[in-house]
Every structure is written in C-alpha cells, then in structure tokens.
Design a protein around this ligand. Structure first.
Ligand code: FAD
Ligand code: SF4
Length: 606
C-alpha cells in the first residue's frame, strides 16, 4: 500500500466514525465511566434521544463551506503523499499563535486533536468542566479548518457501542496514548510537534507513546506565559524560600508592566492595604451582571453529548454560559475592564449569598484554555488605570493575580513535580466528605460555595481558599483527594495551576513551599467576610456544644494537633498563644467534638 493509499484509509477511517448512533443500547463490555468509589454508580444508561456527534476529519471545500466528512460525502481533498509534521494540540492549548504553528505548512502538515473519555474519568470530572473544554476545542478545530488546514479530530459520541474503548471501526479510542499511537502508525509523520503540556503525566504519556513509535518528538516552549521555566529556575536557585512577592517584583521589573521606569507605578508595589473589604450588613447592593455567552449550536451539541455520556458525573449544565472562543474571551475581558475592574480590589475577598460573580473577572477558564493571552489582559488593566478608568489599588491587585500568582504557581509546579503530588506535610488522613459532590450539608457557607461550584463550575478565590479549602484543611482531608476534587469541579482547572493552589496554598501539604503559613481561621473569618453565617444553624463564635460552628471547633483542634509545627512559625504564633490560654479540660472537649465532626463527615454512598 502506498503512503497516499494509507492516508486515504486514515481519512476514511475517521470519516466512517460519523455514522449516526443506531440506538445500540447493549451494555458495553467495559465501563466507560468506572463506578465512582463513593457513589458506587455505574455507567450511565445510553440515551438514544441524543444524536451521535461527528468524529471525522474536517476540511473546507472549495465553496468555503465547512463540512463534515461522512461516508456519504466524497473525500474531495487529496491527501498528501507524505506527512511532514503532525502537530498535537491538547485541550488547553487553543491559541492560534501557538509555537506549534510557527512553521506550519498546510500542504505537508496536519493537526491532531482528540476528545478522550478517559481524561474526564481519571478524576470524576464535573459536567461544566468537560463541556467547556470540548466546546472550546471544537470551535478551535473549526477555526483551523477555516484557514484551510487539515485537522485529524476525534469527537466523543453518544454511541454506546464505542464506550468499550474501540470505535465502531475498531480504532482504539479509550486513552489518549492509544489514539495517538494509532494515528502515528497510520500516517507515519516525519516528526511530531507539541507545545509543553500543562500536566506532568500528559507530558510523560506523550513522550512514552511517541518514543515507542520511533518518531522524533519536538516539545516547544509555551509562549503564552511571561516567565519561562528557565527564568523561574534561575529565580528559585539558591533561595531558601520561594515567595510570591519577590518573584512578582522581579517580573514586573523585567516586563515593565505597571512600572514607571524602574519604579512601581503608583509609588508602591502592593496596595493590599486598600483592598479586601467586606460588604458589611447592607450587602453589595446592585451588582454589574457579567456578560453571558449563551450556547451556540456547537456548544449545544456538546452539552447534549455530555449530559448523555457523562450522566452520572457531578455538576449541572443548565446555566452553561462560558466563553468558548477568542472573540467571546475578548468580549468577557472588555466587560470586566469596563464594569468590574474599578471595584475588583476593594471587594476581592468578600462573599455574599446568591452572588457568585461579584467583581471578579471570570477570565481564568479562557486564560487557561489559552483563548486569551495574559499580556492582553494585563495591558487592558494597566491602560484602564493610566486613563483613570480604574484606581491603582484595584489594578495592581488584579495584575498581581495574573502576572504574580498565575506565573508563580506554574513555576512551582514544574520545579517540584512529580514528587509534589505526593506531599502531605501535615499527615492528613481523612477521606473527602461526600457532600463535596452534592453540597448537601447544614453548614451554610459550604452549602453555598459547593452548590455554586456544581451549578457553574466556578467559585471565587476566597470561596475556594477560605470555605471549601479551609474546611478540608481543618478536617484533615488527604491532600490527594481534595486535589482531585478541585481538579474535577472547576471550569478553569488544569493541574499546573490547580495543584500548587490546592496542595500548597490551601492545604499546606508542601510544608510551606508555596505559602508562608497555613491559611487557618475559625468561622469568625467567614462571618466577617460574608453574610453566610446569618442563615446558618451554627454560631461561628462558639466552639463547643450543639450550636458550635464546625469550622471553629476544628480550628481549635487543628491548633492543638499541629502546635509544635505552628509554634515555630512567627506568622501564626499569636494563634498558638491563644490556644495556650485554654484549660486542659477545654482542649479535651474540643478534641472530642472535633472527632465527632470527623466521624459525621465520613463519606456516605450518595
Ligand atoms: P479573579 O479573581 O478575577 O483573578 C484574576 C485572574 O488571576 C484569574 O482569572 C486567574 O487567572 C488569576 N489568579 C488569581 N488567583 C490566582 C492563583 N491563586 N493562582 C493562579 N492564578 C490566579 N485557578 C485556576 O485558574 N485554576 C484552578 O484550577 C485553580 N484552583 C484553585 C484551587 C484552590 C484550592 C485555590 C485556593 C485557588 C485556585 N485557583 C485556580 C486560583 C483562583 O482561585 C482562580 O484563578 C480564580 O478564582 C478564578 O476566578 P476569576 O477568573 O474570576 O479570578
Ligand atoms: Fe459556616 Fe460556621 Fe458560619 Fe455556619 S456558622 S456559615 S458553618 S462559618
């Protein structure tokens, strides 16, 4: 068989996958969705009402109309005699200016993208997160095809015949590596090109899979970020401790962002002292509603598929209105800069019932999918200040999040993986309570933050750090379990950013690499920063007895359990001194009540 014939075969193999679901409802031989350890729920029943989605090679016909190849359509595009470069584009690499495309030649090269069920099943990924990735990928695919580029794209379908890991044409589709190995074997590219993946294990998987085929692999740097891995390594070298503040100042100086010559713009590096207020009793008042992006036909198709294929996964899709294209992302950025940036800093840490968005940007998902370049975001924010449309405190606070935290956590991730994943400095050993997957708890703050997360795939930073994260830290949940929860439920979750935030900042499981102290507080912090306690049956000021706030009881117990470690940390020494004022009887009673809380939080079948 000649190369050209082989190529035609590959094309028609992809094309053949477009056949509509014949309504095959027979039980797959293997679980596409393994039973969840807590729910015990098995594979969702196949829904014959949802049409199967295409799984084809897409291309542009001379008429410029985007079409999907199916068996009924002729393949009018002549495949190349030889494939030079096969460009792998991962689900979070949707930037058209990617380094992977620098040398792209439509005559000799092709792009490969794959939707892989296993990626949504290795942790129990919530529906909004699955949907945003797949919708953004499909929109990106179409944009490449509109350029006239060849794209090998495998879409997930609702065809239950495929849920056993083989497509209807016998192509292995269960895992990323199986699909990739198959494509390489069929197309014999001269070279595989990929930009640095955002997850350690994916990088390993690609490297191992490609190595086995004997094809050269080129891994290119990710130009999306402002700090390269080498620059971060230089920053980290010889430092006893890594701290955001030093890194952030260095990066501002290097990039000139929010700088006046060599001095920080506005005269200070940090305006936190002007930020982070609470709303007080009167609440936030009238809030600027963020721009929504109602699903277009491509997104609707994805939502239908996710509802059917991942029916037993957590989360809801009714409210799905996330940006999924670069144009959407820019509109979301404009909306934020105009309507919410001026008040961002002031209310950055505040929380309020029924108000999930407040003054936050909601840009993390489009940034992490790479639909939006952080330089564009940083420049828009700085310009708003220079044109007196937003105060320096808000603008600096916002820029710190993106130029500072976002780049910093990425550096930490790549410096410390793969061992970072295993860290458990506080020896936490509790399982994750099942109510994290449902929001079904009497604790009002947790119920609100969890339900909002499941409904929208979103909670803002303080809800993540000081409600869901804090409870897990105080309860003593195993870091790996809470990490997998964070990775599963948020639309912006990608391991390079999620893991250091969870393990390091929120759970102190790295023993202080990320954060200079554990973020611990009693229920009184939540009372000060929100109105959650007003609607709660517990009292944040009480640590013992039936009305005691579980956060408060667990906070005092946490201090006792970790007293020797905490007493050495000047940033929490005051909290330890307060503990030392309690009598031994009070301490015992707190420990007993904390133990009862831990027992009551043991996972139950959902
Ligand atoms: P805004 O409040 O408007 O902030 C602006 C931007 O700054 C964000 O879009 C984000 O890109 C960046 N940013 C802010 N804080 C951080 C931070 N700590 N680390 C990195 N970037 C930051 N962020 C993710 O993007 N993905 C995650 O999976 C993720 N997991 C988290 C897990 C935990 C336990 C915690 C405490 C934080 C996590 N964060 C994560 C960081 C932060 O909570 C989110 O970036 C932010 O809430 C997203 O909402 P927003 O876009 O409205 O952000
Ligand atoms: Fe949360 Fe405690 Fe306040 Fe209830 S009283 S909302 S549990 S902090």
């Amino acid at each position: 068989m000649t190369q050209e014939q082989k190529f035609s075969k590959v094309y028609s193999n992809y094309a053949g996958e477009t056949t509509a679901d014949a309504g095959n409802s027979s039980t797959p031989t293997r679980h596409a969705t393994p039973p969840h350890p807590q729910t015990g729920l098995a594979i969702p029943p196949h829904s014959p009402t949802v049409p199967a989605l295409s799984d084809a090679v897409y291309f542009k016909r001379p008429s410029e109309t985007l079409i999907r190849i199916s068996l009924t359509l002729p393949i009018s595009m002549k495949p190349p005699a030889k494939l030079r470069n096969l460009i792998l584009i991962l689900g979070d690499q949707l930037n058209e200016d990617s380094a992977a495309f620098t040398d792209f030649n439509p005559e000799t090269d092709a792009v490969w993208m794959a939707e892989v069920a296993h990626e949504s099943e290795k942790v129990w990924v919530a529906k909004p997160r699955i949907a945003i990735f797949l919708s953004a990928m499909r929109h990106f695919r179409n944009a490449l095809i509109t350029r006239g580029w060849r794209v090998f794209y495998r879409a997930l379908t609702t065809n239950s015949a495929e849920w056993n890991g083989l497509s209807t044409k016998g192509i292995p589709i269960e895992t990323f590596s199986a699909q990739l190995a198959w494509t390489i074997a069929q197309t014999h590219p001269e070279k595989i090109i990929v930009v640095e993946p955002g997850e350690w294990s994916v990088r390993e998987e690609i490297t191992a899979t490609v190595r086995q085929t004997g094809t050269p692999l080129v891994i290119l740097p990710d130009h999306h970020f402002l700090c390269t891995m080498e620059e971060f390594a230089t920053h980290a070298k010889d430092r006893k401790q890594l701290r955001l503040e030093y890194f952030y100042r260095e990066l501002r100086t290097k990039t000139g962002i929010l700088m006046d010559g060599t001095k920080p713009a506005g005269g200070e590096w940090n305006f936190d002292h002007d930020n982070r207020e609470s709303f007080g009793k009167n609440g936030p008042g009238l809030l600027p509603a963020p721009r929504q992006f109602p699903p277009d036909p491509i997104t609707r198709e994805v939502l239908d598929m996710v509802s059917a294929r991942f029916a037993n996964h957590p989360g809801e899709l009714e409210n799905f209105a996330w940006p999924v294209t670069p144009a959407d992302a820019r509109a979301a950025l404009d909306d934020f800069i105009t309507n919410r940036l001026p008040d961002f800093g002031r209310w950055e840490d505040a929380m309020w019932s029924g108000e999930p968005w407040l003054y936050h940007s909601l840009l993390s998902s489009v940034l992490n999918l790479k639909l939006l370049n952080p330089r564009e975001v940083l420049s828009a924010a700085e310009q708003a200040w220079r044109e007196k449309r937003a105060p320096i405190a808000s603008v600096e606070g916002f820029i710190r999040q993106i130029l500072g935290w976002r780049e910093y956590v990425r550096g930490i991730y790549w410096q410390l993986m793969p061992n970072y994943l295993e860290r458990n400095a506080l020896g936490a050993s509790q399982p994750l309570p099942s109510f994290y997957w449902t929001g079904d708890t009497e604790m009002n703050c947790l119920r609100i933050a969890l339900r909002q997360t499941l409904d929208h795939g979103y909670a803002h930073h303080i809800q993540r750090l000081m409600v869901t994260g804090l409870f897990s830290l105080l309860l003593g949940v195993r870091p790996r379990e809470i990490h997998e929860w964070y990775l599963a439920v948020f639309v912006d979750a990608v391991e390079w950013v999620e893991l250091p935030n969870t393990l390091g900042m929120s759970q102190y499981a790295d023993g202080g690499v990320m954060a200079s102290k554990p973020y611990i507080a009693s229920g009184k912090y939540i009372q000060r920063m929100s109105n959650y306690c007003t609607g709660c049956r517990f009292n944040p000021a009480i640590r013992l007895g039936p009305s005691a706030c579980p956060f408060t009881t667990l906070y005092w117990d946490f201090l006792q359990q970790h007293e020797p470690t905490l007493a050495k940390n000047p940033r929490v020494v005051m909290q330890v001194r307060n503990l030392q004022r309690l009598t031994p009887e009070e301490k015992d009673a707190i420990h007993l009540q904390a133990t009862q809380i831990r027992e009551a939080c043991a996972p139950k079948p959902l």
